[in-house]
Design a protein around this ligand. Structure first.
Ligand SMILES: *Cc1c(COP(=O)(O)O)cnc(C)c1O
Length: 463
């Protein structure tokens, strides 16, 4: 393994990492005690670590490596673009070929008349853009009072001040003075955890009607937009009941507010259609994109506007005093374009819809039969298991998150990256995962569940 010979030893890298690197979403003291796992290379759905272990990445990095690792075409395009035009900006009446081609391609792939993209470097800054964008939209229409944005508890929209405020993560709001003003959060459509005695369909309607109540409370004249993920990702792959999105759409149509679908995870094939809006029958005014746009090979994201929103900017908006140095970065744009070519020409989204998605759904449902699992749910290639001390009654563990952490550690030790959100175990594998690789994923997950149950029984935590 020559590539390993070029690296310092694992222990040396861990020590330097512990001394000089502050990790995102990490308890630094806890990490430094055990040392980071160091990933050195990857191919397809497999990661290789600095100790030579081959690990199945059932999270596609952070929900992003849709086409899988190791596609040299993207490296070649990046290299070519860097030689030709490594950087130029898109401010002040300039543009360049890669960003023009990418904007045109996104318009062709996105549903409806979502035809104009404002580029960012990722999902967080795209959602910060959305806050300024919808407020400026209403101001340009002579309604500057429409500033308030309604979002959801346990939603995730990023980690910058604005996007983390749109998010409904209590632990994030607890640090740094969030949320910023004029944002409020309604309940999430999380039937397993919050549906009580209602059927999923009844609960879906109830959760959606919370939006109408919140519009009423804040006053329609004050509300700019509602933002939500078609399927909540970081919140634990919360797949909404079938009644939820049609009712949300109806409420948005009945009121003068914009609907923003945050498609950062659900975009580019994750749910088995190109966009979650198609899977769930949503007609958003704006969508947020990032992650699968470049399969994570380059940092790039954006806000895609429907024609009627874009028209206000084109006709009445004047100068939009907003932009990022790297908005529409040429190398990122060229790589994203090549990623979209591969997704399209190799029929990857179709394969998920017709073959590997249904296969994963069948095998995932088998994990749902495990005595530690209260529910298995899935949408395309994103899925969750609810760990439960008593799988028959949607019961929660007394100490939330302990079982999930034990299971996550067993997965990691068994060379499977499966993430835990509290006591939910979640996956979002590369869309190119094969049936044989799905079998390996399920086998490793099953083993981790068995080992977790042994530990929980020993600790007296099962019922
Ligand atoms: C990851 C994510 C974001 C944030 O994207 P970054 O590129 O990390 O800034 C926003 N929205 C959703 C739904 C996400 O999953």
């Amino acid at each position: 393994m020559d590539h390993l010979a070029n690296h310092p030893t694992t222990a040396d890298m861990q020590a330097a990492d512990a001394a000089h690197h502050l990790h995102p979403f990490t308890d630094t003291a806890a990490l430094n005690e055990k040392g980071a796992r160091i990933i050195t290379s990857a191919k397809g759905v497999m990661l290789r670590d600095s100790e030579g272990n081959d690990i199945l990445d059932a999270m596609a990095g952070l929900w992003c490596v849709n086409i899988g690792y190791g596609r040299n075409e993207l490296a070649d395009v990046a290299s070519r673009q860097m030689r030709e035009l490594p950087y130029y900006n898109t401010f002040f009446q300039t543009s360049h070929p890669p960003v023009i081609a990418l904007a045109e391609k996104i318009a062709a792939l996105t549903p409806g008349d979502l035809n104009r993209t404002f580029f960012s470097c990722g999902g967080s800054d795209a959602n910060d853009t959305n806050i300024r964008l919808v407020r400026h939209y209403w101001a340009a229409l002579g309604k500057p009072g429409k500033r308030h944005i309604i979002a959801r508890k346990n939603g995730y929209h990023g980690s910058a001040m604005g996007s983390a405020s749109l998010g409904g993560m209590a632990a994030m709001h607890a640090q740094g003075g969030l949320p910023i003003p004029d944002i409020s959060h309604i309940a999430q459509p999380y039937w397993y955890g919050e549906g009580g005695d209602l059927s999923p369909e009844e609960f879906g309607l109830k959760a959606a009607r919370a939006l109408a109540e919140e519009i009423e409370r804040v006053g329609e004249d004050n509300v700019a937009a509602f933002i939500a993920e078609p399927v909540q990702g970081a919140g634990g792959v919360i797949v909404p009941p079938s009644t939820y999105w049609p009712e949300i759409q109806r409420i948005c149509d009945a009121h003068e507010i914009l609907l923003i679908a945050d498609e950062v995870i659900t975009g580019f094939g994750r749910t088995g259609a190109w966009f979650g809006a198609q899977t769930y029958g949503i007609r958003p005014d704006i969508i947020t994109i990032a992650k699968g746009l470049s399969s994570g090979y380059q940092p790039i994201g954006g806000s895609v506007l429907s024609e009627h929103v874009a028209a206000v900017f084109a006709e009445k908006g004047g100068e939009f005093n907003h932009g990022y140095t790297y908005s529409g970065h040429p190398v990122a744009a060229a790589v994203a374009l090549e990623n979209l070519r591969i997704l399209e020409e190799e029929g990857i989204v179709d394969t998920v819809a017709r073959d590997t998605g249904p296969y994963l759904a069948t095998r995932w449902a088998e994990l749902g039969e495990h005595p530690l699992v209260g529910e298995a749910r899935i949408s395309g290639m994103m899925a969750a298991l609810e760990l439960s001390p008593d799988a028959t009654g949607r019961k929660a563990f007394a100490e939330a998150g302990a079982a999930g952490l034990i299971c996550r550690d067993h997965c990691f030790a068994g060379n499977l990256v499966m993430r835990h959100v509290g006591d939910k175990m979640i996956i979002s594998p590369p869309l190119v995962i094969s049936r044989a690789e799905i079998d390996v994923l399920i086998e490793r997950a099953h083993k981790a569940l068995d080992l977790t149950m042994v530990d929980l029984k020993a600790q007296g935590l099962m019922r």
